[in-house]
Design a protein around this ligand. Structure first.
Ligand code: FAD
Length: 386
């Protein structure tokens, strides 16, 4: 089995298949240092935590991850707690950086002596409609070819697998947003025990965390925002305004990392062509407001791994034939939730007074209606039945 991409999806797929005795070769075009340093998601749904723990990939995550039972919504100068675990039948989320999870999965794979090649070049996939699809790539100064039973395209949104599918096979659905997130990682203890999603007339802000010593914070910005216009003091000033609350202080600290992420919703259907199976960001993207991107990627490969195990063991293709449909049910739920959270919390147009009133009404409804809060909570912690 060939796997393109050593992000969370590719690495977990390799891990799950190895446990079932299925060989994989993982090809990654970036260096190990780069992959292990990429700061991205940090909220893991309980269902995904359970999967990682049950399959032996969750030891450090269990020890170091922070279990959260709620989040806070801030708007109109007040903060309101959404008690996730009370509303969603005891389910919680775990705060654990994607970078840490990727480090754990790489370490497991290398400890087991399994093939994981970094810094491969010119990766291309061929003959995916045949029974012997191939991956060509350049590594260690040599052109190489890998003959596979099937290929998993886990190479993210900008990878080569999805574009290699002939024109007209895939249907694509997308939405661009007129804003992005300017995110920072700061060496300061989080000022709140739980995540704070703040709606503000100047734009959205999020107070998040990575550990008891590291805060992760975001402010809504333009998608093409120039970081040079955001010296550290301007970032803190804006965070103080948007997250500010009487009687509460946002602690500041040294900014270790900053970056701008544009926002997009995207899905391609189906997530399969012949023996090429797309998983994670290679097939779909969500804006980060719902904290779903990482979770979707890991859940895709769980479905794919189970289908591949059935196929290798008994020759049945039922799971593989249903792979795309099974994943897309969850993907579209997460797409809707992520879009809904995004449009409720961000200011697309600061002059849109009507839109502002609608947002505030929706936010107030969530804090006053248990049914509305439950809907948010069960989507946020990850629905198990979709
Ligand atoms: C800046 C940023 C911030 C984010 N923040 C959040 C967040 O707060 N919450 C959340 O839930 N999600 C967030 N996400 C989304 C989340 O990180 C992704 O959904 C998740 O990484 C998907 O995992 P993946 O394995 O499918 O793809 P990726 O993590 O993108 O991994 C794909 C891998 O394939 C490799 N690759 C690409 N092309 C090739 C090639 N040609 N050959 C070989 N290898 C290749 C890449 O280098 C990469 O290692 C964020 C994403 C970004 C970019």
């Amino acid at each position: 089995m060939g796997v393109v991409g050593a992000g969370p999806a590719g690495l977990l797929l390799g891990h799950l298949l190895h446990r079932e005795g299925i060989d994989t070769v993982i090809l990654e075009d970036r260096s190990r240092e780069h992959v292990e340093a990429r700061i991205r998601a940090g909220v893991i749904e309980q269902g995904v935590v359970d999967l990682l723990v049950a399959t032996g990939a969750g030891q450090r995550l269990r020890a170091e991850g922070l279990v959260h039972h709620g989040i806070e919504l801030q708007f109109a100068g007040e903060r309101h707690r959404i008690a996730l675990s009370d509303l969603a039948r005891g389910r919680t989320i775990l705060i654990y950086g994607q970078t840490e999870l990727v480090k754990d999965l790489i370490a497991l794979r290398l400890d087991d002596g399994l093939p994981l090649h970094f810094e491969v070049e010119d990766v291309s996939v061929h003959d995916v409609e045949s029974e012997r699809p191939r991956i060509r790539y350049r590594h260690d100064g040599r052109d190489q070819e890998l003959e596979c039973d099937a290929i998993a395209g886990c190479d993210g949104f900008h990878g080569i697998c999805r574009p290699s599918i002939p024109h007209g096979v895939l249907s694509e659905f997308s939405r661009e947003y007129p804003f992005g997130w300017l995110g920072i990682l700061a060496a300061v203890a989080p000022s709140n025990d739980e995540l704070v999603y703040a709606h503000h007339e100047r734009g959205f802000a999020l107070l998040s965390l990575r550990s008891p010593e590291l805060s992760r914070l975001y402010v809504q910005c333009r998608p093409d925002e120039d970081l040079a216009e955001w010296p550290d003091n301007r970032i803190w000033e804006e965070l103080q305004i948007r997250l500010g609350l009487e009687g509460w202080t946002l602690a500041e600290g040294r900014i270790l990392e900053k970056g701008v992420t544009g926002m997009r919703s995207y899905v391609c259907e189906p997530m399969r062509h012949g023996r090429l199976f797309l998983a994670g960001d290679a097939a779909h993207i969500v804006p980060p407001t719902g904290a779903k991107g990482l979770n979707l990627a890991l859940r895709d490969v769980r479905v794919l791994a189970e289908a591949l195990v059935d196929w290798y063991r008994s020759g049945t293709t039922t799971g593989l034939d249903g792979y795309s449909e099974t994943c897309l049910r969850r993907v579209w739920r997460a797409e809707h939730f992520s879009w809904w959270m995004t449009q409720m919390l961000h200011r697309a147009d600061r002059d849109d007074a009507f839109g502002l009133k609608l947002q505030l009404s929706q936010l107030a409804y969530i804090t006053r209606s248990e049914a509305a809060a439950t809907s948010l909570a069960e989507n946020y912690v990850g629905l198990e039945l979709v």
